[in-house]
Design a protein around this ligand. Structure first.
Ligand code: BG6
Length: 510
């Protein structure tokens, strides 16, 4: 069979397994001295170069206030790569990559700096053959988005001349509520057309998240039972063991629900619950995700079916952890949530009556993100009650991280003379099935920006639907009391356990 296909040049030309390599291009990072840039963006650029996925003349321009020369910037990138790159360091890759590195010093309101940026880009077009193709990565606090975007317009940097492209990459948060998200979208779209804007939700760049589509739509096994007739409920958990670290300025006033539920967790919900798209084209995917997000129904009683909390001092991994209110830079009267849990339903034929419980928190028991689809119990049991006492509900668990894979939990007879049934699990682990390690989310997403492939980037409509879900919850919290508390290193507040217990369910302890 393979011979037949192999002989067809047209088919080969479309072979999706061939590496997708970016054409002539460069990346401009605003906010290049920040944490994200150092820990994720710079290493991802190197890893892409190391995998041979960037063009030989690829250029990287850093823009920031710091008084750096090109060499200082290159040294910064070098350190970031040495510390955080996923793939081994190779001197020849580094040498080639560093040829295209430049630094532009300035404030975001500094017109001269943007003129220098323009000249630098033109110089790189000549020296490195970037062909006028540049992506602007706004790794800056959202309050600077309007200014940077306006500066790009004013200095003609967003213009796509002679077949070249210009793209804007925007990091979350996309606003802090629906109104601000709409304002932000307007500002960005005054300068960039929809197909020039790439909003990063790095969860969509994760292999295990993309695998939700493969699991659901490349198999026949799961889809027939992926509905209200078989599914009891779904639990989506994103637990982190870290506190807020040095991010007080960003985090306080934002909180867990805005930081993570509005984007990452609602995207996971959308991929888990949406209908099969006609294709994996960006439009078809966005349309299904938008549709299912639009069908999300909030609980009638937000006091009963949502919980927010803050971590109090405790022990984590053998170390003392301070409470949120004692963290440096946090207002001691802050009501910001570091934990949030919500119960949502989806008002459509497939999911009516099936709760989707979402939870996230900092300083929880351990770092784990998973989607657990929990199935109903068998409608009738021919076993003695005592034989199935240890049998839970069947579950399919998509292990997003850190132990990437999929687990199926079901009951099995315990070997022996009696018919005792107990939970067992069947496991798929990436580490065992594949020899290659998964790329980092940012590698995939930066490559897709350079290729102009927007499948993995949320659209305006998805972002707005997500705020429509979160806004009433945040408003309710604002008007009603204070966050509950949980001890650092535990699995969250008692209120969240009670929320599920009232439904006769309990949270998984991953
Ligand atoms: C970010 C949040 O989007 O995701 C952080 O702003 C969070 O608060 C981070 O720590 C978690 O990402 P990951 O990939 O480590 O799960």
């Amino acid at each position: 069979m393979s011979g037949v296909h192999g002989a067809n040049p047209l088919r080969d030309a479309q072979d999706r397994r061939l590496p997708r390599i970016a054409g002539p291009s460069g990346l401009v990072i605003f906010g290049v001295t920040g944490d994200l840039s150092r820990k994720k963006l710079m290493p991802a650029v190197y890893d892409l170069a190391n995998r041979g996925l960037l063009p030989p003349g690829f250029s990287l321009i850093g823009f920031a206030r710091r008084q750096w020369e090109d060499e200082d910037f290159a040294e910064e990138v070098y350190q970031a790569v040495k510390q955080h790159a996923r793939t081994p360091f190779r001197e020849e890759v580094w040498q080639q990559l560093s040829q295209g590195m430049r630094f532009v010093q300035g404030d975001f309101d500094d017109h001269d700096a943007f003129e220098t940026l323009k000249k630098t880009m033109e110089e790189l077009d000549k020296a490195q053959g970037t062909g006028g193709n540049f992506a602007f990565y706004l790794s800056v606090p959202p309050k600077f988005f309007p200014l940077v975007v306006q500066q790009l317009k004013k200095h003609g940097l967003a213009d796509q001349k002679d077949g070249s492209w210009r793209r804007a990459v925007i990091e979350k948060p996309f606003g802090h509520d629906l109104t601000s998200a709409k304002e932000l979208n307007e500002i960005v779209h005054e300068v960039f057309a929809s197909d020039q804007v790439f909003r990063i939700d790095h969860y969509l760049g994760k292999e295990t998240v993309q695998n939700i589509l493969a699991l659901r739509f490349a198999n026949t096994l799961f889809e027939p039972i992926w509905n209200r007739s078989y599914v009891d409920h779904v639990q989506i958990t994103m637990a982190e063991d870290i506190g807020i670290g040095g991010r007080a300025g960003y985090y306080d006033g934002i909180g867990a629900a805005r930081d993570v539920i509005q984007n990452h967790l609602l995207q996971l919900l959308a991929l888990t619950a949406m209908e099969e798209p006609a294709s994996f084209d960006a439009d078809a995917l966005a349309s299904e995700k938008t549709k299912v997000l639009g069908a999300v129904k909030l609980p009638k009683d937000l006091g009963r079916d949502t919980v927010r909390a803050q971590y109090a001092a405790g022990w984590q991994g053998g170390e003392r952890a301070v409470g949120y209110l004692e963290e440096e830079g946090i207002d001691p009267a802050s009501k910001t949530d570091t934990y949030a849990a919500v119960k949502l339903e989806i008002d459509n034929r497939r999911w009516a009556g099936v709760p989707f419980y979402l939870r996230t928190g900092k300083r929880l028991g351990r770092r784990v993100t998973e989607i657990a689809v929990v199935f109903q119990r068998a409608p009738h049991s021919p076993f003695d009650h005592t034989a199935t006492e240890e049998l839970g509900q069947n579950a399919l668990v998509i292990r997003v991280q850190p132990d990437e894979g999929v687990t199926m939990r079901f009951g099995s007879k315990v070997p022996g003379t009696s018919m005792e049934v107990r939970d067992v699990s069947m496991d798929f682990a990436y580490g065992e099935s594949f020899t290659e390690s998964s790329p980092e989310a940012y590698e995939r997403l930066i490559l897709d920006v350079l290729l102009g492939d927007s499948n993995l980037f949320p659209r305006t409509e998805e972002v707005e639907r997500s705020w429509e879900i979160l806004d009433p919850i945040e408003e309710y919290w604002d008007q009603h009391g204070k966050p509950a508390q949980y001890t650092a290193g535990t699995w969250g507040p008692a209120e969240a356990d009670e929320m599920l217990a009232r439904d006769g369910r309990s949270w998984r302890r991953p």
